[in-house]
Ligand binder design. Structure first.
Ligand SMILES: Nc1nc2c(c(=O)[nH]1)N[C@H]1C(S)=C(S)[C@@H](COP(=O)(O)O)O[C@H]1N2
Ligand SMILES: [Mo]
Length: 203
């Protein structure tokens, strides 16, 4: 990677914030774009966000209804399994907990299959979504997400590898058992803790 002098200084400063870079990762100031398939077009007329499966109150929100929910801001680091990490990302959006409160997961709900556009999925334990830092994000560093980065909505689960942070988010499906999502079916780890380097399922 090439950096100009200013970037190099900034990188050195960040690297010194010891303990923030998980093993096997390197820091980037850029924000790489990574996904399978093409960037979907946003159609506000037909877009919805659905919360379903093992919940007492299933939700189906239009784009306007989603944007009427109370909003939060969180700052967090982002770790991709392909070994780059980006620090101090500011996410604006709706707390995942806001949605959990409204949907009332049933006692037997233990896992969530996160659904993106075009059939993309990722599996996350419910306990890992029921965290203060988990965001349904519409904005990054003060700007609406760009189409590449998941506009209009993406999940952010900063304590797991970033493949769990589904772009072009459309729904959360509550399940009683763990079912592999897209990358998990293709060899990635079922959980994906960057601090334990849980990259592949063979581990
Ligand atoms: N819908 C969807 N979301 C996705 C992916 C994908 O292929 N499809 N890839 C994941 C992976 S592997 C990473 S590292 C992050 C990258 O997010 P970024 O492109 O905004 O950096 O998105 C995640 N979310
Ligand atoms: Mo990734």
């Amino acid at each position: 990677m090439l950096f100009d002098g200013k970037d190099r200084k900034e990188l050195e400063r960040l690297r010194k914030q010891e303990g923030r870079l998980p093993p096997g990762q390197s820091l980037t100031l850029k924000w790489p774009v990574l996904h399978y398939g093409s960037v979907p077009r946003f159609d506000p007329e037909h877009w919805d966000f659905r919360v379903y499966g093992l919940v007492q109150s299933p939700l189906r929100l239009s784009w306007d209804e989603f944007n009427a929910l109370p909003r939060i801001q969180r700052t967090g680091d982002f770790h991709c399994v392909t070994r780059w990490s980006r620090f101090d990302n500011q996410w604006d959006g709706v707390a995942v907990r806001e949605v959990l409160r409204r949907a009332h997961p049933r006692p037997e709900a233990a896992y969530v299959l996160v659904h993106g556009e075009q059939g993309f999925t990722a599996n996350v334990p419910l306990a890992d979504l029921d965290r203060d830092e988990a965001v349904l994000a519409t904005h990054h560093d003060g700007q609406p997400l760009t189409p590449d980065h998941g506009y209009p909505l993406r999940l952010i689960v900063p304590h797991l590898y970033a493949w769990k942070s589904v772009k072009w988010l459309r729904g959360l499906e509550f399940l009683d058992c763990d079912a592999p999502g897209f990358w998990e079916q293709n060899g990635y780890h079922m959980y994906g803790d960057p601090w334990k380097e849980q990259r592949f399922s063979s581990q």
